[in-house]
Design a protein around this ligand. Structure first.
Ligand code: URA
Length: 293
């Protein structure tokens, strides 16, 4: 019987496969989206997030391995007597070593890969791609839905009316915009600010996933249902899990209402402030004096 795989390695393997699958590299293994993230209980540590990617003992349908190229140098028939003994080759880095996970990816590289994107129909009407903005080493990332008219004009996320409210929320948390990172699920404005469609989210989400992987924040706050549903792979309504701690890879994830929703429903502001206070507690932040807007 093969030796049991260590739990920590199982988690690494599961996380890595989940990441590849989310990037759209599909043939690795079976669908994992069984929503078991919601069976986890809140505010345990990120390690407790054994997501639905956990290794199954059933046979996965793996593609046939390609024949391994023979990379070894031909061994001479006899070594000359004086030749030093060949040193053992250093161990090949494992695909699952934490340090080699797309180790040299950067926000700049992701932006370059995005290019002048035409991967989905949103490119037809956009003026500017809104990639994301803020501190690349932020402990806190806000993920919105997609740019509106102001963002499309300026190339920056959350700079319109909803953005002003988000800025006030960030400042009420004792932070400034430059301390956090702000981005969206789709990087081009949907016409008439409609909800992005599935194919648009599908085309754009690998870039968001790479951004989150590079920044690797302590906390991700999903602003509204589109971001929450995309990252959590769920169709549940946001009110079912708003304000609860969930896990997203090595980050803690909290979904709350979108600032645009708060502009239409100011009565929901206290609920969002409660959510943000939970975030502040995890990040060790003191609120700015005075009542938040
Ligand atoms: N709404 C969003 O979801 N994102 C923005 O950048 C602006 C408004």
């Amino acid at each position: 019987m093969p030796a049991p795989i260590q739990e920590s390695l199982q988690k690494k393997v599961a996380d890595r496969l989940a990441f590849y699958q989310d990037l759209g590299i599909a043939p690795f293994y079976r669908d994992r989206h069984d929503e078991s993230v919601f069976q986890e209980q809140p505010v345990q540590s990120a390690q407790s997030a054994v997501r639905s990617t956990q290794i199954s003992h059933e046979e996965p349908t793996l593609p046939k391995p390609l024949p391994k190229p023979n990379l070894q140098k031909p061994v001479p028939a006899a070594l000359p007597k004086t030749a030093p003994l060949p040193l053992p080759a250093p161990p090949a880095p494992s695909l699952f070593d934490a340090d080699d996970r797309i180790a040299d990816d950067t926000l700049l590289r992701i932006r370059e890969d995005l290019g002048e994107c035409t991967r989905c129909k949103l490119h037809k009407h956009r003026h500017t791609i809104v990639f994301g903005d803020g501190n690349p080493q932020a402990e806190l990332v806000f993920v919105g839905e997609g740019p509106g008219a102001d963002e499309d004009a300026q190339g920056l996320p959350f700079v319109g009316r909803a953005g002003k409210l988000l800025t006030q929320m960030i400042e009420a948390m004792g932070l400034q915009r430059k301390d956090v990172y702000i981005c969206n699920v789709v990087k081009c404005r949907p016409p008439e600010n409609r909800t992005p469609e599935e194919d648009e989210v599908g085309a754009c989400s690998p870039f968001l996933l790479r951004q989150l992987e590079v920044i690797s924040p302590k906390v991700i706050v999903c602003l509204g249902a589109v971001a929450a549903k995309m990252l959590l792979k769920t169709n549940r309504g946001i009110s079912q899990f708003r304000g609860q701690w969930l896990d997203f890879r090595s980050s803690k994830l909290m979904a709350t209402y979108h600032p645009a929703y708060l502009l239409r429903n100011p009565n929901a502001k206290p609920e969002v402030w409660k959510d943000l206070q939970k975030v502040m507690a995890v990040l060790g932040l003191q609120p700015k004096k005075g009542k938040p807007a």
